[in-house]
Design a protein around this ligand. Structure first.
Ligand code: FPP
Length: 235
């Protein structure tokens, strides 16, 4: 959800105002995703590296997160949205952690869409954590080195219960992943839009999904091989 700061600075406003407008986009995009029938939506709301931002910006973001969780709970329940989080959430301030736990608990029966907030999240950190867990199991003799497979690794990721990642949307034009879902991104489609996150709403999401629908996903095979298998190569 990139571009909040620049959006505000362009208007001569403090960065936090950009984040507040970004929180409105979160509400709009989550509602739209649910209406459009998406199974899962993951939002990169706060990275491990974001802890190094100025203290007032970090605190402002935590407050926006808290407000969002508190205000949106009735809507999540009404729409069958199940909220979960990925990342080193233990680092979040107590008031946010508690609200997060309450929301996750209250929405756990939701079967409409899984909304995942990546909080204090880093893709490299996730990979290191999984590797460490595997190393510990191997050293205890609970896992043999030849049992270290992709599936075994996948089971140690935060996203093990989520469907495979199909599409990553990056707003505000930067052509990089910025430590987001690095393992999961292997075969995901990437769409980068110039629109800053505060201006990214339902129409922009629909445009990205249409673009995704026209992509050919070949997973290393040729179009002919996919056609011969009778598999649809586009989503
Ligand atoms: C990146 O933009 C955005 C963030 C670090 C925070 C995203 C947070 C929100 C949209 C609001 C709170 C979240 C929820 C789920 C309610 P940037 O600040 O790096 O923008 P810039 O690159 O233009 O400086």
């Amino acid at each position: 959800m990139d571009g909040n700061g620049r959006w505000a600075e362009l208007r001569g406003q403090p960065r936090l105002l950009g984040h507040a407008e970004g929180a409105k986009s979160v509400r709009a995009v989550v509602t739209a995703a649910r209406e459009l029938g998406l199974e899962a939506l993951t939002l990169y709301a706060f990275s491990v590296q974001n802890w190094s931002r100025p203290e007032d910006e970090v605190l402002g973001l935590m407050q926006l997160l808290y407000d969002y969780l508190e205000e949106e709970l009735p809507t999540m329940l009404k729409n069958g949205v199940r909220l979960r989080s990925i990342g080193d959430v233990e680092r979040l301030p107590g008031f946010v952690r508690e609200r997060l736990e309450k929301t996750e608990d209250a929405t756990k029966a939701g079967s409409g869409m899984v909304l995942t907030l990546a909080l204090s999240y880093g893709g490299r950190e996730e990979i290191v954590r999984a590797a460490r867990e595997i190393a510990e199991d191997v050293s205890r003799g609970q896992l043999a080195p030849d049992q270290v497979t992709e599936e075994e690794f996948e089971r140690r990721t935060f996203t093990r219960d989520l469907p495979p990642l199909d599409l990553i949307i990056r707003t505000s034009g930067e052509m990089r992943l910025s430590n987001f879902l690095l393992w999961q991104a292997a075969y995901a489609e990437l769409v980068v839009v110039e629109t800053p996150w505060p201006e990214f709403r339902k129409e922009e999401l629909v445009d990205c999904l249409e673009l995704y629908g026209r992509r050919e996903r070949r997973y290393g095979l040729t179009s002919e091989q996919l056609a011969a298998r009778g598999e649809l190569s586009s989503p």
